[in-house]
Design a protein around this ligand. Structure first.
Ligand SMILES: C=C(O[C@@H]1C=C(C(=O)O)C=C[C@H]1O)C(=O)O
Length: 435
């Protein structure tokens, strides 16, 4: 690993109204776009002042060492001093230590942030480089007019065709019935390509994700883009929070189906909170997160029962855990300790990870790994990279991913349908969804 460069960062308070995503210049390499947005607030940036790529079991620790060196030597002027100001790194980590894909921690050259009515711009240069010409506020003046037009894309099968997916699920159920594993999360991919062979632009994709999936965190880091409803860990001012999801039910694009009335005993939400299969799946996931957070926290609060999180395409069983940090770990260290939770891997973790490797027939890359950002104090947000796609190195195609937790009572056809519904988020954002 090459040594971390010495950086200079300056954060200025500015006025920013409207959509942060329209500030991303068209000519920016889409793999250098970073974003972390929720309901219009958050962070959007581009360019690369410094980046580290890590691999294997050491991928989190190596990235943390690099970040420690970087923040230790950087000169930072920060007149705003909020979470996400000053020096900020964005990261995205491979699901499996055996992945061929690198994990990435990257520091953008420009970062625009907004939070509770306050906005700022951070610029970063390598020591010895001049500041870019012009006042940083000029970065906010432009507005990209092409943002609402999605690129023309075509979809094709991934590693396992949809028709073959129920058989893979059946093999997973066999392994559960054989007593090898209690729960395993199996995922598949599909491939989308620009019809004209052009580079896929990320700003329109992010825009559509952010508009439609308000209850999620819309993200982009090193070409991985999506809208995750699952917060692995947020660390802010000594408080740690985690949103655990597991247990899913389809909804019909926000419009109740005749079979899914929104009230009465057959309300799908009531069904979800009383479904033994989904509650089981959920309990495994909550336990894995609370066990991983416990050594770092006091007064860890674990809700007794989940609630139903409503997204446009699905309902999820959800639990929000909170605790007060005592270990002094950074948000990235916490994310590393929590990953992989039973919501994306299974129980027991090591056996489930092996079964995933044997049955999925693909490398997950950074899908289902931690994705997010961290500032110089170690505070930050790390989600689980779900409802997402990964831009290929040639930037002309993407792999989209979706999976689901399998327990003994799972039904293979229903699991295929669940992955199709979860793919809707990215298909919609890419202009591919038909409804
Ligand atoms: C694996 C995914 O989602 C995870 C699995 C869930 C489930 O099995 O019910 C629900 C939310 C996520 O924790 C995915 O979206 O690809």
């Amino acid at each position: 690993m090459s040594p971390a460069p010495r950086l200079r960062a300056r954060t200025l308070a500015v006025d920013v109204t409207g959509d942060l995503l329209t500030r991303i210049p068209d000519e920016v390499d889409p793999r250098e776009v970073v974003a972390w947005l929720r309901e219009g607030d958050g962070l959007v940036g581009w360019g690369c002042a410094a980046e580290v790529r890590t691999h294997g079991e050491d991928r989190f620790a190596a990235a943390e060492r690099w970040w420690d060196e970087l923040r230790g030597t950087a000169q930072v002027e920060d007149e705003v001093r909020l979470p996400g100001t000053g020096l900020v790194a964005f990261g995205s980590f491979a699901f499996s230590p055996g992945s061929a894909d690198p994990s990435v921690l990257t520091v953008p050259r420009v970062l625009i942030g907004r939070r509770d009515g306050l906005a700022w711009v951070t610029q970063v240069v390598v020591e010895g480089e001049p500041w870019p010409p012009g006042h940083p506020v000029e970065l906010l003046g432009r507005s990209n007019p092409h943002i609402s037009t999605p690129d023309p894309l075509v979809e094709s099968e991934g590693a396992v065709p949809a028709s073959g997916w129920p058989a893979v699920i059946s093999r997973g159920i066999d392994r559960i019935v054989a007593g090898e594993v209690d729960k395993v999360v199996l995922a598949r991919d599909v491939v989308v390509r620009h019809d004209l062979g052009h580079v896929v632009r990320l700003a329109p994709v992010l825009e559509r994700l952010e508009c439609r999936y308000a209850a999620t965190w819309t993200f982009a880091v090193a070409g991985l883009v999506g809208a995750t409803p699952e917060m692995l860990v947020r660390l802010q001012g000594g408080r740690a929070r985690s949103r655990v999801l597991a247990g899913t039910m389809r909804r019909a694009n926000g419009i109740p189906l005749p079979a899914e009335p929104t009230t009465g005993p057959s309300d799908p939400r009531l069904h979800l909170v009383s479904s033994a299969k989904d509650l089981d799946e959920h309990a495994y996931a909550v336990r894995s997160v609370s066990e991983a957070l416990a050594p770092h926290c006091t007064d860890l609060h674990v809700p007794e029962a989940p609630y139903v999180l409503e997204l446009p395409d699905v309902y999820h069983l959800a639990s929000d855990l909170t605790g007060t940090m005592v270990s002094g770990a950074t948000s990235l260290r916490l994310a590393a300790a929590l990953h992989p939770t039973a919501a994306v891997c299974g129980t027991p973790t090591d056996v489930a990870a092996r079964v995933i490797g044997e049955l999925e027939g693909m490398d997950r890359g950074r899908y289902a790994g931690p994705v997010g950002w961290m500032d110089g104090s170690g505070d930050g947000d790390w989600g689980i990279a779900l409802r997402c796609g990964e831009l290929a190195p040639d930037r002309r195609s993407m792999r989209l991913f979706a999976g689901g937790g399998i327990v003994a009572a799972s039904d293979p056809e229903a699991e295929l349908a669940e992955t199709e519904v979860k793919l809707t988020a990215m298909r919609h954002a890419l202009g591919l969804a038909t409804r």
